[in-house]
Design a protein around this ligand. Sequence first.
Ligand code: BGC
Length: 712
Amino acid sequence: MKRELAKEKARELLSKMTTEEKVAQMIQVTYTDGGREGALKWAKLGAGSFLHVLGDDARELQQEAMKTRLGIPVIFGIDAIHGHGLNNKATIFPSQLACACSWNPEVARKMGEVTAREVATDGLHWTFSPVLCIGRDTRWGRVNETFGEDPYLIGELGAAIIKGYQGEDLSDDEHILACAKHYLGYGEATGGRDAYDTEVTERKVREVFLPPFKKAVDAGCATIMTAYGFLDGTPLTANRRILHDVLRDELDFDGFVITDWDNTRSLVWLQHIASDMSEASIMAASAGNDMIMTTKEFYQGMLDALRDGKVDISVVDEAVLHILTIKYEMELFEKPEKKGEPGCFGKQEHLDASLDAARKSVTLLRNNGMLPLGGNVKKVAVIGENADNVRAQYGDWTYFTHPVPDPENTRPAIRPYVTLWEGVKEICDQSGIEAVYAKGCKVRPIEGQNEDADLEEAVRAASDADVIIYAVGDVIPQFGEFSDRADLNLSGRQFELFNKLKETGKPICTVLISSKPLCMGDTAEKADAVICGFNGGMFAGTALAEAIFGKLNPSGRLPISFPRHTGQIPVYYNQMPGWHGGKYNDLPIEPLFAFGEGMGYSAFAYEDLAVDANLKLTVTVKNTGDQDGVETVQIYQNDSVSSVLTPVKRLIAFTQVALASGESKVVEIQLSNDDFALINSKCEKVVEPGEFTVFAGHSSKDEDLISIKINL
Ligand code: BGC
C-alpha cells in the first residue's frame, strides 16, 4: 500500500483509539523480560511491538493482538545484523565490517535480501539493521557492527543493504523493515566507551555523522533507532532538535523512530536528567521517539502525564500515526504474519551469497612473494585458536552471543560452516599436500592454565612444515556491546607464539580473524604475508584458503585504518590538517594499514586523470600484473582553501573494474557539485568556489594516488 493511503487509514484508526490503546501502541516489549505470561499480558493490552521472539511464540502473541478490540497487529523486531544470526539454522554472512572490505554495494544488497527472506520465514517483520555508526575509535566494542570509518562508504553500503531488506514494497512477503541506527554519533563515544558522551559540535555532526543517515532516508528506510549517548549534554533520546527538526524537517524522514534498549528509563537512573518515569516519558515522546523499546514503565508514566495535563495528547497521536502508517503500508492488517519462503534457511542460493560475500571481502595486506602458495609446498602448518574457532569467525549477534551470551563455548555450532583450518585442509587434501593443525595458545587465556606445552606443540608442528599459516585475533568476550577494550594489542601469548614460530625460519602468513583492527605489531610487520578476514561468516575459511592458495585473487580493501598502537587512536584517514610535527615521537607516521589499502596477485597503474567542465571524471587504469583481477578505483578530494577546516582527503566516489592481465580501461565517474560541498560555520551545506585537488588511485595513501587540480 502506498504511504499516503496508509497514512489516511492510520488516521481513521487513530480516531477510534482510546488513550490507553494509543500509549500501548508505542511500547515495544521484550519477550525475555517477564517470559511468555508477561508478553501475553502486553499483547492483550495492545503493545505495538515485540522484540526477540521467534516462531510459535511470535504466532501466539500475534493471535492475541488480533483479538484485541481494534485488532491491531504487532510487529516483531529482531537483530538480524549479518544474517538472521540469532536463529541457528540461518545463513551467517560476514559482519558489516568484513562485508565493507568488499567495497561492493551489491554484496551488501544481497546480504540484506537473503537475510530478509530468512527473517520473514520466521514470521518476523523487522530487523534492527544496518548500523550506520562511524568506526573511528577502535577501542569501542561495536566497531565490528559498522561499515568502517568513512561516511561516504558507510552511506553507500547502508543504502544498498536497506534496499536488500525492504525490496520495492514493504508489503512484500519476502522483505522486511530496515532500521538505520544508531542515530546519532554513537560510534564517536569518548574514549571508545560504549554509549558515552560524544564530543562533537552540530557542524561536525552534519559533516560526518548525518550523511549516511541521509542516504538511508533517501533509500526509503522505514525506521530509525536512536542512540544511547548524548550530544552537547542532551541525550539523543531527549533531543528534539536531532530527532525531529533535523530528521523529519530536513531529511524528510517519514517512517517511525524507535528508542534503543531502555533509553527512556535511562533518562532517570543513568543520565539523571529526569526525576521520574512520568517526566522521562514526556521527554522521550516530545523529542520525537515514536516507539519505546523495552521501557514498559513508559505506559503508566505517559498515562499519568496525560491525566495530569503535563503533555498534550497530540504528542502521542503523532507517534502512533507514524507507527500505524507503516503497519498499513506493510499490509499487516490483512496478513499479520510474514510468510517468507518455507524452509528457505540456508538454501543453496543463500549459502552461495554468503560464500560470495566472504570471497569478495578477503583483504590481502602484505605479501613478500610467499603467496599464493605454490607447487613446492609439501607440508602446511596451520596454527592459532581462531583458525578453527567458528565462534570467532561468526562474531557478534549470532546464536553464540545472544540473547544469552555464551562465552564458554557450550552451545553446539550448526553446520554448514568452514573454518580456516578446514578450508586449508580441504585444498591440501585435493592437492596432495600434508596439513597439520595446532592451537598454540588461547586468544584469551584461562587464568592459571599453563600453555607452555601447547606452544611447544605448535612450534614443533611448524618446524616440520614448509610454511606456516598463523591465525590471530580476538574472541567473543573481547568485543560487542559492553565490551570495549583499553588495549588493542593481541591478547594472551599470541605475540610470543609468533616470535617462536618466526625462529623456525619458515615463511609465515598471518591471518587476522577478529572483530576489528587490532594492534598486530610483529605479527604483521615481520610476517611474510598478512591477510585480514575479520568475522567472515560461514565460509570465511573457504575464502581465506582459496586466497592463500591462489584459487582466488583477493580484491578486498580496508574500510578502516589499523593503528600501530592503541595510543595512536584515532587514526582514521580523513583528519584535519595542522598537527604540529604531524606524528608521535615514538611511532612511525603512518597507520599500520591505511583506509582503502589491500592488494591481490595483480598490480594496477593509474594515468590520465581528468575532470571535465561537467564534473565527469576519467582515469585510465591498467592491470600491470600477470593475473586477471578486480581493482577498486577510489576518488578523493581536498579543498585547497576553505572557510572552515576541511579534511586532508575525503572519499567522494569509488567503483570497481575487472581487468584481464595487461588490460587497460578508461574508467568514468560522474561527480557532482555536492561532492565538493562543506558545512560552513553557520551549519549550512555550501560549495565554496575555488581550487580543489581530485585524487584517484588504489588506496587513501598518498603514494597510491595520482591527482589533478580543478576549479569550481
Ligand atoms: C543495541 C541495539 C539493538 C537493541 C535490541 C541494544 O542494546 O544497542 O543495537 O538493536 O539492543 O537488541
